[in-house]
Ligand binder design. Structure first.
Ligand code: ATP
Length: 303
């Protein structure tokens, strides 16, 4: 049985004449990590602010573990990591977490464990003003994990982090999800969320264009596979006559085909190995999949 922690239905919100969110419906389950992707200005932060209760929707509804945004019960259920974290520079990492634990009425006994989980034990008693950006970001994540939240909202949590820090960051997020938190994070990076999130939601100009696993999104996009053939000198014309495709230069040919027709086409091309110099296969990349969905009209979005 699923346990829906975040339930957003037909959410619309405008700033004056600008419709920042347009009929967005999205659910996140306990233990699930969902990445919200979208270009600058797509509406990701606006969605987060609505979930936090900072912005009131003009239509639709949001429930956090069954509670309306901004209520005490919803506030207790959510922990939030903003895109830019700022802590008092003179406090140590441990003092920051002690302060936030007090605000959340969480036991102080968990602080050493949190510092350990985000790799800040050694720096725990140094002033935050001496921390690097990555360390501040990790302290922000530790702050967001206080009290084992039911919903973890992370606004571009890894922007500006190096690949190793990113990897460690996602490992900590995965632990939180394994303990039952629902995680909604926004990101610009398809590559980084590829193996680290359960589902992806693509937002463009305030509307949700697609929701699903990356495999689902790739299947829905039905983008062609491209077979690139290099012919022996003087043979490209004949190959193009046989297999169609685009001529790239005197000896190269690109042939598009549906993903499920790839093997049959390769087998046919293979029968002409005597006139081939090389062959390779280019499957659609994450960027192609993202571009496809973010350019779709709203009504093609799938929930
Ligand atoms: N307080 C505001 N007043 C007016 N317009 C706003 C306000 N906040 C956001 N917007 C507009 O709403 C749209 C969505 O902005 P939002 O910050 O949610 O985008 P985003 O997806 O988080 O972008 P980014 O990736 O750049 O952080 C943008 O066009 C933005 O200019």
């Amino acid at each position: 049985m699923t346990d829906t922690i975040l339930d957003i239905r037909d959410l619309s919100l405008s700033f004056g004449r600008l419709r920042a969110l347009d009929g967005v419906s999205l659910q996140v389950q306990a233990g699930e990590t969902l990445a919200l992707l979208g270009h600058n200005g797509a509406g990701k932060s606006t969605l987060f602010k609505a979930v936090l209760g900072f912005l009131a929707p003009e239509a639709g509804s949001i429930a956090i573990a069954g509670h309306a945004p901004g209520t005490d019960a919803a506030r207790i259920a959510i922990n939030y990591l903003p895109e830019v974290v700022a802590f008092p520079r003179s406090l140590t990492g441990r003092e920051v977490l002690t302060y936030f634990s007090g605000l959340r009425s969480a036991p102080k006994t968990g602080i050493a464990d949190l510092l350990e989980r985000v790799g800040l034990s050694d720096a725990a008693d140094r002033a935050v003003g001496t921390y690097s950006k990555g360390m501040r970001q990790r302290l922000g994540l530790a702050q967001a994990l206080i009290g084992a939240p039911r919903l973890l909202l992370l606004d571009e949590p890894t922007s500006g982090l190096d690949p190793v820090s990113r990897h460690e960051f996602y490992a900590v997020i995965a632990e939180a999800a394994a303990r039952g938190s629902a995680v909604l994070l926004s990101s610009h990076g398809l590559e980084e969320i590829q193996t680290r999130t359960d589902r992806v939601a693509i937002l463009a100009r305030g509307a949700l264009r697609a929701v699903g696993t990356l495999e689902d999104l790739a299947r829905q996009a039905a983008l062609p596979t491209t077979i690139r053939v290099t012919a022996r000198p003087g043979e490209a014309d004949q190959l193009q006559t046989e297999f169609g495709g685009r001529r790239i230069n005197g000896c190269r040919l690109e042939i598009d085909c549906a993903a499920d027709a790839k093997l049959a086409l390769l087998a046919r091309i293979g029968t002409r190995s005597n006139v081939l110099q090389d062959i390779d296969v280019a499957v659609p990349g994450l960027d192609d999949i993202y571009r496809h969905h973010s350019n779709q009209p709203d009504e093609e979005a799938s929930a």
